[in-house]
Design a protein around this ligand. Structure first.
Ligand code: NDP
Length: 342
């Protein structure tokens, strides 16, 4: 493996080398070959795309969850074809991404023939960013919407204690130039991983992010983590979207609601044992041809720029990906040391 030290602070790795490193860590900590391969590629791709909260930052968590036995690193997902446009996938108490991989091809075929397909992945743990889950479908010419429910950190609007997870959602559509237009966001005022990073860096948060343990507004990330709660984004509107996600990802897949996740019998573990739902739509069924549909997307993108929007969602991610392809993935010396220890 080639590791070029650019300075004292960081090492630069190719995506391939980073995947190999992560795969070795996961294999050593109890993951099967296929699980380690998929998870390593997912986590390394998140880091390549500039995800601070869902890339390498998550590796220590993956390892703890595997070692504690809370997540089954050797799970073999079961894909059940339960309807002309419905796949029900049991992740077997393993990570969600290997379960998704097991169903991707069939899901694309079904979406193309039926016009739509729902993937309901249950009994799963999702610890990554969602954009990597919707992007392959948009690259295949489909519209994809994904939701995941997570661990109870978010107080419902007007409430005083945690109920919902940070319940993210991502949406992707194909563009005319072969690229993808997407957004990927938590329904909390801030993603939990970002709060943990802010606490680690002793930062003060903006107003409106969270409550402390006594239910009072706080700007301290540590107070939010120590028994406090996050607020949903956008008040009652974000709260209702978080509710919808707990229903679509939890109830529909036969999995826990965010507030039902319990790792207390597994010291060291901290993972959302919940579900994920992905809805696919074939745009050619609605608007003639893919070319016509992507033409409409370009029309909207132009109008957004005309209305003053200075950047598209997903642009930061693509810029980070491009830079990583040119220069390698920069990893801080401290993070690299932690990976070696794992
Ligand atoms: P952000 O608030 O950072 O970004 C949300 C979206 O808005 C992104 O698509 C981003 O694009 C876009 N965006 C940001 N700034 C602008 C701007 N100025 N103009 C236009 N678009 C913009 O994300 P969150 O903090 O809410 O979520 C972070 C990650 O955490 C997500 O990937 C999510 O999937 C993940 N997550 C995962 C969970 C799990 O259970 N697995 C739980 C909760 C969150 P860009 O990417 O280009 O910045």
């Amino acid at each position: 493996m080639t590791v070029a030290h650019s300075d004292d602070q960081a090492v630069q790795l190719s995506l391939h080398d980073l995947i190999s490193t992560l795969e070795a860590i996961l294999l050593r900590n109890g993951a099967s070959g296929p699980v380690a391969r998929v998870l390593a590629a997912n986590c390394a791709s998140a880091e390549r795309d500039g995800s601070q909260s869902h890339g390498l930052f998550r590796m220590a968590g993956y390892v703890k969850n595997l070692r504690s036995g809370f997540v089954d690193g050797r799970a073999v997902p079961q894909v059940r074809d339960v309807g002309s446009a419905f796949l029900l996938i049991d992740a077997g108490n393993g990570y969600a991404r290997p379960a998704l991989e097991a169903a991707i091809e069939l899901a694309i075929d079904k979406a193309r023939s039926a016009g739509a397909c729902i993937l309901a992945i249950g009994n799963a743990h999702h610890n990554g960013p969602l954009w990597l889950d919707v992007e392959p479908f948009a690259e295949a010419g489909l519209i994809a919407l994904s939701v995941v429910n997570s661990v109870t950190y978010v107080v419902p609007h007007g409430g005083h204690k945690r109920l919902y997870g940070t319940n993210p959602m991502a949406f992707a559509v194909p563009r005319a130039d072969g690229q993808v237009l997407l957004f990927d966001q938590a329904t909390a005022a801030m993603a939990h991983g970002e709060v943990r990073i802010a606490a680690r860096e002793s930062k003060i948060l903006p107003e409106g992010i969270g409550l402390d343990a006594s239910g009072q507004p706080t700007r301290s990330p540590q107070a939010i983590l120590d028994g406090g709660a996050l607020l949903p984004f956008g008040g009652h509107k974000g709260s209702s979207i978080a509710m919808m996600i707990d229903i679509l990802a939890g109830a529909l897949t036969g999995s826990n609601f965010s507030h039902q996740v319990d790792w207390s019998a597994y010291p060291g573990a901290e993972s959302a044992h919940t579900g994920q739902t992905i809805i696919l739509i074939d745009p050619t069924k609605g608007n003639g041809s893919l070319r016509m549909f992507t033409g409409r997307i370009e029309e909207l993108v132009e109008a957004m720029a005309g209305a003053g929007q200075t950047r598209l969602p997903g642009e930061r991610r693509l810029a980070a990906r491009k830079l990583a392809a040119e220069r390698g993935i920069a990893i801080e010396a401290e993070t690299w040391k932690q990976l070696q220890a794992l």
